[in-house]
Design a protein around this ligand. Structure first.
Ligand SMILES: [Zn+2]
Ligand SMILES: [Zn+2]
Length: 290
C-alpha cells in the first residue's frame, strides 16, 4: 500500500474500512484472475494528482496505462501493454516495423485511399489491452470503461485538442439487437465521462458535442473476426445510415470505436457521414490491430 492512498481516499475511517475489506476480500485481477493488492484510488482522485495538462501532452502511454489500470489489474498484467507510437502511417495510424524514421503514408493507404482524414489509437491490439477490451465487451466489466476512457481522452488531447479542430464526437453504433443483448455500447461508454475528465484536468472542451445517434447501424453484420480485408469491406457495406443529417452537416467529426483492425468499419462510417454533409471525419480507437 502506498502512503498517498490515505490522503486520496478521504478520512482515516474510510481508509481503514477499505484496508479491512482488501484484507478480507483481496481484489482479483480482471485479466488473469490472480489475487493482488490494488492501489486504492478507485474514485480517481489520484490520477488527477498524477496527470496535469502538460503531463498529458507529453504522456508516456505505457506508464499511463500502468497507473490507470493499477486498481483493476495485477502489476504483471498492467505492464503488458504496447503503445501505438510514431513512426506510423499519417493516415491510418498503422505503426511501422522499423522504429526509426518519420511518419509517412503506408502502401495500403496509397493503394486504397481512405474516406477519413486520420486514425489514431492508444495501443496495439494485443496483450492486456486486447484482454481488457474483451472483458469490457463480452464479460460486462464496465468498470474498465473509466480507465480505458481516460486513456482515450489523453490520446484525444495529444492528437487533436488545439491542433485538429473537432466539433462533434460520434461513437460507432451497434445494431439495436446487439445493443439490447449487450446492454451498452462500449464506444459510448469510453467517451461518456470525457467532460468530467476535462473539468478535472482543466481542459476546455466546451466547444465539443457528443452525438450518440448521429449514426445508426441498420444491418446486423457477421462478426468481422476471421474475415479478410475484402470480406470485411463487403460485410460492412451499407450497414450504417444517418440518424439526423442536420446534426452532422458541416461538422468536423471524430469517430470513436474500441478497435481498428482493417479500417473497414471506420471507412464505411466516414463514407456515410461525408456523403450526408459532414465536413471531415477522423478516427480514434483504443486499440489498433497490426
Ligand atoms: Zn493479472
Ligand atoms: Zn495507412
Amino acid at each position: 500500500m502506498i502512503p498517498d492512498n490515505r490522503a486520496a481516499s478521504g478520512s482515516l475511517f474510510i481508509w481503514m474500512a477499505r484496508a479491512l475489506r482488501e484484507a478480507v476480500w483481496p481484489s482479483k485481477c480482471l485479466v488473469c484472475g490472480s489475487f493482488f493488492q490494488p492501489a486504492m484510488y478507485k474514485n480517481y482522485n489520484l490520477p488527477v494528482k498524477i496527470f496535469n495538462y502538460e503531463s498529458i501532452l507529453a504522456y508516456n502511454k505505457k506508464s499511463a496505462f500502468h497507473k490507470l489500470m493499477l486498481p483493476f489489474l495485477c502489476s504483471a498484467c498492467s505492464t503488458d501493454f504496447v503503445p501505438a507510437e510514431s513512426p506510423f502511417c499519417c493516415i491510418c495510424g498503422i505503426t511501422f516495423k522499423s522504429r526509426i524514421g518519420d511518419d509517412h503514408v503506408c502502401g495500403e493507404c496509397i493503394k486504397s485511399p481512405k474516406k477519413f482524414r486520420m486514425a489514431r489509437a492508444v495501443g496495439v491490439y494485443e496483450g492486456t489491452l486486447m484482454k481488457t477490451i474483451q472483458r469490457l465487451k463480452y464479460k460486462g466489466k464496465i468498470q474498465l470503461a473509466r480507465p480505458l476512457g481516460m486513456l482515450l481522452f489523453f490520446a484525444f488531447i495529444k492528437y487533436w485538442n488545439n491542433k485538429n479542430r473537432i466539433d462533434l464526437i460520434v461513437p460507432v453504433p451497434l445494431h439495436i439487437k446487439r445493443f439490447r443483448k449487450r446492454g451498452f455500447n462500449q464506444a459510448y461508454l469510453l467517451i461518456r465521462e470525457w467532460f468530467s475528465y476535462a473539468d478535472a484536468f482543466n481542459v476546455k472542451l466546451s466547444y465539443l458535442k457528443i452525438e450518440r445517434n448521429a449514426l445508426i447501424k441498420n444491418k446486423q453484420t457477421e462478426p468481422q473476426t476471421g474475415l479478410d480485408r475484402k470480406q470485411r469491406r463487403a460485410n460492412i457495406k451499407n450497414a450504417f445510415s444517418i440518424g439526423n443529417a442536420s446534426k452532422i452537416t458541416g461538422e468536423s467529426i471524430l469517430l470513436i470505436d474500441d478497435v481498428y483492425t482493417t479500417g473497414a468499419t471506420a471507412d464505411e462510417c466516414a463514407r456515410v457521414l461525408i456523403n450526408e454533409g459532414a465536413k471531415s471525419v477522423d478516427v480514434l480507437t483504443l486499440a489498433r490491430g497490426m
